[in-house]
Write a new protein. Sequence first.
Length: 301
Amino acid sequence: MTPEQLNAEFGIAEHLVFCDGPGGLVQARLACPWGAAVVSTYAGQVLSYVPAGEAQDLLFVSEQAAYQDGKAIKGGMPVCWPWFGPDPQGLGRPQHGFVRNRQWQVTGSDRSAGGAVRLVLAVTDTDETRQLWPSAFALRIEVTLGQALQVELITENHSDAAVEIGQALHTYFKVGDVNRARVVGLEGVTYIDKLDGGVEKVQNGTVTVSGPLDRIYLEPGQELVLEDPVFERAIRIRSNGSRSAVVWNPWVEQAAAMGDFGDLEYLQMLCVETTNAGPDRVSIAPGGAYRLGVDIRAERT
Ligand SMILES: O=P(O)(O)OC[C@H]1O[C@H](O)[C@H](O)[C@@H](O)[C@@H]1O
């Protein structure tokens, strides 16, 4: 649908407006008294969240990001689904599943009496998705902009067998200087170190970044805090439906190797992801549904 058609059907004056974004991909711009957000209808991906009074976006998007059908947009909050990371069956299917690089449909919008604005996007199975993954499904993302940004990813299993999925709200947070940022809430938590052959280690103290990092934390607390002394803020990340969290920074070499990421941009971002990753997988009964969610807010420090 064109932005004009979407505005006629789902737009909310001054609060939800659809427009053409980079690469001609349609974006939704949400605004409420507590902040503003941008959501790409392509990939069902939040690209920006700026709470009122914050000078800096909470989300990082690469200057080199591709906005092109079939490609993933590097930054914001990509949706990894129905698997996280490499193809779990080794069949050569794309990393992080197949919904972060396709168009989603707008299926709903509303504004609550309290003033929060909500946008709903969805993907359902087609002949093409069934080639990649045989199950019938409806996947929905609900983005609610209010006093915080709340994102929920809802999987409905429409097939007549149970399905097992992995997934992530793969959030790229923007930081003033990753060398000075730290993640609080993972102290003493066991993690799988993907950069050290997948061995399990225990987090000693808060998470700081001084080199490449790619870790799946198992059974983390519900709330993590990303402290950023440069931007003088703390980002509170509250997840639900998740029993793992991924922390990732590509650092120098991986940054240089990625075509859609600037060589020095690793200094300005840190991924703290709300996941069902590694051994944290979710089984959904026939006709059942599962919700994975995250709530993000910033505090001045
Ligand atoms: O480059 P992408 O396919 O978007 O993946 C980016 C990163 O996503 C996650 O954080 C994984 O744990 C990393 O292993 C991966 O490098």
